[in-house]
Ligand binder design. Structure first.
Ligand SMILES: [Ca+2]
Length: 400
């Protein structure tokens, strides 16, 4: 039996079982790990129904972790490190609340087996090891403004991730060893909870290609995402990334990818709906505004707008090359409106009857980066052609 407690545990009541095969730590009291303190649980840790564990310091968990009581934090400082050398079960009857988490276990591809609800409010560092959520009722919550780093094929969440609040978010999700993030952005806030998961599964029998309009030519049957919005009816910009490893080869044909759309399975009609989308060659992604939710994947559609090309990089530096944001054939749509937003969702430009003349000037008084000459960076465009078609939205890169 080893337990390393480098500093004082306040009011701790620990019972140690004597069995060598099933040695574990059972907490029936209060453990408070303060900032700058380090505690390690070498054996299985069981937080009993009376137990309370608050981590504001450094906690290292080398084995299984069961919470039947209270696991929480008091200040925004704690880091809980799951760092085993064999499978680690994270389970129990009560939800566990952490500030920062690090997952780092290279003992197998899927070392983290999670069977209870986990909430993170700070940052998750996906160092090594896939986090498997066991069962459809196991939830993983990113609280408002929680973030993550280092997501990869080797480390991400396999299951349904909830994201609270309306900040931009890349869901750190994947399946069968592929990290396949979905990205959501609320250009206009008010979203309180979005949920997404990824499935690297053949969807052709569950969701066969049938569409009402007939313009969908081929579906990506190799993979799909679920995206659900608890805030009914709110619109978000959904971005999905094309992958040569997982996306159907039929979708990847062609060099320009201008015919790739995002499609949504309508479970009422049992058909795929074309949600349209614009391809971003910089990130290899397709973005579209959605206000209906469910199952999404890529499709190839009839390319009916050969002339309408959105050049989503421009360099307003006065050298005469690409100095304005240019949309091919925009003059065919005289009733168009073009809106540009910065990363914080503030409008920086708006035009009706746009004529390819915007030079990166802030015309709407946005407060962040709000000098007249907008800073280099990523912006978002929303283009409404004014012909009854769905508005087009995506990323815009401003260089100088
Ligand atoms: Ca230029």
């Amino acid at each position: 039996m080893q337990i390393q407690i480098h500093t004082t545990i306040l009011v701790a009541l620990l019972f140690f079982s004597s069995s060598v095969l099933s040695s574990q730590i059972v907490n029936l009291g209060d453990i408070y790990i303060s900032e700058n303190e380090t505690v390690s649980f070498m054996e299985s840790f069981n937080n009993g129904s009376e137990g309370e564990l608050y981590n504001d310091g450094l906690l290292y968990i080398y084995n299984d972790f069961t919470n039947d009581g209270v696991v929480d934090f008091l200040s925004d400082t704690g880091v809980t490190n799951f760092i085993g050398t064999a499978f680690q079960e994270i389970t129990g009857s009560e939800d566990s609340y952490f500030y920062n988490i690090s997952f780092n276990n290279g003992s197998s591809s899927n070392p983290f087996q999670v069977a209870n609800t986990i909430s993170v409010s700070g940052e998750i560092n996906f160092e090594m090891g896939i986090v498997d959520l066991l069962g459809s009722d196991v939830d993983f919550y990113f609280e408002e403004n929680a973030t993550h780093i280092n997501g990869s094929n080797e480390s991400h969440i396999n299951g349904a991730v909830h994201k609270m609040g309306d900040s931009d978010f890349d869901f750190p999700i994947g399946d069968k060893g592929y990290y396949r993030s979905s990205r959501i952005q609320s250009l206009i806030g008010n979203n309180t909870e979005l949920i997404s998961a990824y499935f690297f599964e053949d969807s052709s029998s569950l969701y066969p290609l049938q569409s009402d309009s007939g313009i969908i030519e081929e579906i990506d049957t190799a993979e799909y995402w679920t995206v659900d919005n608890i805030t009914s009816g709110e619109e978000v910009l959904l971005t999905l990334y094309i992958s040569e490893e997982t996306t159907s080869s039929g979708i990847l044909e062609g060099a320009l990818h201008t015919d790739i759309s995002i499609v949504r399975w309508d479970s009422g009609e049992n058909i795929w709906i074309n949600e349209e989308g614009t391809y971003d060659p910089v990130t290899g992604s397709v973005s579209t505004l959605i206000d209906n939710y469910g199952i999404f994947t890529f499709a190839r559609v009839e390319d009916s707008e050969d002339c309408l090309v959105i050049y989503n990089e421009f360099s307003p530096n006065g050298d005469g090359i690409g100095d304005t944001f240019t949309i091919g054939c925009i003059d065919s749509y005289p009733n168009n409106t073009v809106e540009i937003y910065n990363r914080w969702g503030e409008k920086v430009f708006k035009a009706t009857g746009y004529q390819n003349d915007w030079d990166g000037t802030n015309t709407e008084g946005a407060s962040i980066g709000g000098s007249e000459e907008l800073p280099v960076g990523v912006y978002y465009y929303v283009i409404n052609l004014g012909d009854g078609s769905k508005p087009k939205a995506g990323w815009l890169y401003l260089n100088r």
